[in-house]
Ligand binder design. Sequence first.
Ligand code: DC
Length: 209
Amino acid sequence: MIIALDGPAASGKGTLARRLAAHFDLPHLDSGLLYRAVGMAIAKDGGDPSDEAAATAAARRFTTDWLSDPDLRGDAAARAASQVAAMPGVREALVDFQRAFVGQPGGAVVDGRDIGTVIAPDADAKLFVTATVEVRADRRFKELLGRGQAAIYPDVLRDLRERDERDSRRTVAPLVPAEDAYVLDTSALDAEQAFEAALAFVVGKTGRR
Ligand code: DC
């Protein structure tokens, strides 16, 4: 069983993906970490994440041990990721790893921006998880404060708007819902309600409980 979740930054798709994976006992991949790892690999070498040749070379060298870097969750990694994710060579270099993950016996849950459209177009259930940019900024802001990090709401909002813009406008694998995706707008839902709605969709679509 393959479940694909796509959506903008801070939409809650990662939390939903983890919960669905636990519910159905499937492995989970947060594909955003791959782009973050490539961006950080360049930055840590003193390189420039906007250098397409360097980014493509780094993506071709990618190995899973890059994913254990604790800095991948930070803002610097997010910014570098959104630059390298717009490069066709980088995306292409990361396709095989993601398709192999999706193709594991038993299936997988993968979240990202292009999972239902490019990586796993034949997924059994596709969700496009979204929420207004203000709601997403509010959630991200509280999450940062909860982690004890300094955060300023207008900055978080501006940052999300910029990332939305870059993710949606790029020419390769832009952020768009797959035609057969269930669009789940979580703006007015709490985490539990969002999970119930996602689970009901997957159960209805696959017949698996
Ligand atoms: O979901 P995230 O914030 O970890 O993603 C980091 C960046 O990588 C973001 O700019 C979108 C990009 N990304 C992508 O282009 N395709 C994916 N499948 C996952 C993430």
